[in-house]
Design a protein around this ligand. Structure first.
Ligand SMILES: CC(C)(COP(=O)(O)OP(=O)(O)OC[C@H]1O[C@@H](n2cnc3c(N)ncnc32)[C@H](O)[C@@H]1OP(=O)(O)O)[C@@H](O)C(=O)NCCC(=O)NCCS
Length: 213
C-alpha cells in the first residue's frame, strides 16, 4: 500500500493525510494502553488492605434441634464478611455472583464463637474471588476448631448497576501467592459450571489435568 502523497504534494517524502490520521490514532491507542496499564498497576491493592475477621456468638435462635449452628445462618454471615472484604478492595458496591461448594467439617455449638476470616485472593476484570475460612471457638475450654472454607465471587457495580472494573490484587505471602495462582483455575471451573465458559477455553484448568498425567 502506498502511504505517500502523489501529485499536488510535490514531494514523495511527505506522508499522506491518511497516514497521519492512522499514525496519530495508533499513537493515541498505544498511549491510552500505557496509561491504562500504569493506572491499573498503581491502583493495585494489597490483600491485607481488605482482609477482615467477623466474629459472632451462636445464640439459641441460630441453632438447629441438635444445638448446632444452622448452615444457612453461617452462610448468611459468610456472605456479609465476604461482601465487606470485596467492597473494601474495590471501594464500590458489590453483589454476590456465585458461591462455590461448601462442606461443613465440624458443627459449631450453641454458645461457641464463630470467626469468619475473609480475604480477596484475586481480582479479574469486574469480579473478585474471596476466600473464607471459618473457625469455631469454645471460650470456656479455650480451644478453636476448623469449621469450613469456601470461595465466593463478587462483582463490583457502577452507579448504573453495571459491572465496573476493580483494582488488581498484589499477593505478598507464600499462601497469598498460592491462592492467587489457583484462582484462575477455580474461576474457569465455576464459569464452566455456570454455563458462562466453554470447557475448550479453560486452558489453565486443562493444563492441570494434562500436567498431572
Ligand atoms: C453478577 C452479575 C452482576 C453479572 O452480570 P452480567 O450481566 O452477567 O455481567 P457479565 O457477564 O459481564 O459478568 C460480569 C462479571 O461477573 C462474572 N460472573 C458472571 N456470572 C458469574 C458466575 N456465575 N460465577 C462467577 N462469576 C460470574 C463474570 O465472569 C464477569 O467477571 P469479569 O468481568 O471479572 O470477567 C449479574 O448476574 C447479577 O446482578 N446477578 C445477581 C446478583 C445478586 O443479586 N446477588 C445476590 C444473591 S441472590
Amino acid at each position: 500500500m502506498n502511504f505517500l502523497c502523489q501529485g499536488d504534494c510535490n514531494s514523495d517524502l511527505l506522508p499522506s493525510p491518511f497516514l497521519i490520521v492512522f499514525a496519530s490514532c495508533f499513537a493515541n491507542l498505544a498511549l491510552c494502553r500505557i496509561f491504562v496499564f500504569i493506572f491499573a498497576g498503581m491502583n493495585a491493592k494489597k490483600i491485607s488492605d481488605s482482609k477482615n475477621q467477623m466474629n459472632e456468638l451462636v445464640l439459641p435462635n441460630d441453632t438447629n434441634t441438635f444445638g448446632n449452628l444452622m448452615g444457612g445462618r453461617l452462610m448468611y454471615w459468610m456472605d456479609i464478611a465476604a461482601a465487606y472484604c470485596a467492597a473494601k478492595h474495590c471501594s464500590a458496591p458489590v453483589v454476590t455472583a456465585s458461591v462455590d461448594n461448601i462442606s461443613f467439617k465440624n458443627p459449631i455449638k450453641l454458645g461457641h464463637y464463630v470467626h469468619i476470616e475473609a480475604s480477596v485472593t484475586r481480582a479479574f476484570n469486574t469480579s473478585m474471588e474471596i476466600h473464607l475460612r471459618v473457625r469455631g471457638e469454645d471460650t470456656l475450654h479455650q480451644f478453636t476448631y476448623e469449621s469450613n472454607e469456601a470461595y465466593f465471587t463478587f462483582v463490583a457495580l457502577d452507579p448504573n448497576d453495571k459491572p465496573r472494573t476493580v483494582p488488581e490484587v498484589v499477593p505478598e505471602t507464600e499462601e497469598e501467592k498460592k491462592l492467587f495462582d489457583g484462582a484462575l483455575r477455580r474461576r474457569q471451573l465455576r464459569l464452566i459450571l455456570a454455563g458462562k465458559m466453554k470447557p475448550k477455553d479453560a486452558t489453565e484448568l486443562k493444563a492441570l489435568f494434562v500436567n498431572s498425567e
